[in-house]
Design a binder for this molecule. Structure first.
Ligand code: ZN
Length: 274
């Protein structure tokens, strides 16, 4: 895709999240000629979900209104340090360190980068460059709108947003040169389903860069009781390292490279070559 591709150009990359075929751009919507489904474009952001998530059985999705409202303070100086230090301990990397680490992992990749559960583009906006076009997806329209506002204000090139679920990505197979998933893998209802769908849209040997939670040595997550309560009540999955490696292998990834700081797990992995 050309770096100077306009709004109409970048919309051409999206595929039907159901049947994965190409979409037709109509007035204010993208339509699948195959299943006749129309996906509205709101404030320049295509919406591939179109359902009311606050009634979902998934506790993470039910909290959508809260997550939407969080968008404004998400990148504030307070939010990240409080959450990271409380949950993962004082050895946790700062937001700046996490951004730097996630960017480093995908540094050699050129082309398209998928930012899964991108929030307001906290990582994607800082990864995008003239040689990296970032496509962020999130389920929260509030987060995506905030991201689009930041991009407009900062003049960041090559960042695009769409509302979609990780389990049904609106892209054809083998499209992305890298994927980042920062601070959200622990929230997905089924880790392997999410990772498999990421692998599907990635090119062979493309790199995956993730930070998530692990049962480490820092913060309240080191206590089993806290982890169990969070799993039951908040849908928060705190991973053991061998467990994560198994999930990755089951999803078509290899070369798991983990690093633990406090109860933060940062890792990279590659999509298998064949
Ligand atoms: Zn379709």
């Amino acid at each position: 895709m050309n770096a100077d591709a306009g709004a109409a150009g970048e919309l051409g990359i999206y595929a039907c999240p159901g049947c994965k075929r190409g979409l037709r751009h109509e007035e204010g919507a993208l339509r699948c000629p195959n299943c006749s489904q129309a996906y509205p474009i709101r404030e320049g952001i295509p919406d591939f979900i179109g359902e009311e998530l606050s009634r979902s059985a998934d506790p993470v999705l039910r909290r959508m209104r809260f997550i939407d409202r969080m968008a404004r303070i998400y990148e504030s100086r307070l939010w990240y340090p409080i959450v990271l230090n409380l949950y993962c301990g004082f050895a946790s990397p700062s937001l700046a360190q996490l951004v730097s680490r996630m960017s480093q992992n995908v540094q050699p990749a050129k082309g398209r980068v998928l930012d899964v559960a991108c929030g307001p583009g906290t990582y994607g906006r800082r990864i995008a460059s003239p040689s990296k076009e970032v496509f962020g997806i999130d389920i929260s329209m509030g987060m995506l709108r905030q991201g689009a506002a930041y991009v407009a204000r900062e003049g960041t090139p090559n960042v695009h947003f769409a509302r979609a679920r990780v389990e049904a990505l609106p892209f054809e197979a083998g499209l992305f040169d890298a994927t980042v998933c920062c601070g959200s893998l622990h929230l997905f209802a089924d880790t392997v389903t999410a990772l498999r769908e990421m692998a599907r849209v990635m090119k062979p040997t493309a790199i995956l860069s993730v930070f998530t939670f692990t049962a480490g040595r820092g913060g309240i997550l080191k206590f089993r009781g806290v982890r169990d309560w969070n799993r039951r009540r908040q849908g928060l999955h705190v991973f053991e390292l061998p467990e994560m490696e198994q999930y990755l292998i089951a999803s078509g990834f290899e070369n798991f490279q983990p690093e633990v700081a406090g109860s933060i797990l940062m890792f990279s992995a590659r999509k298998q070559a064949v």
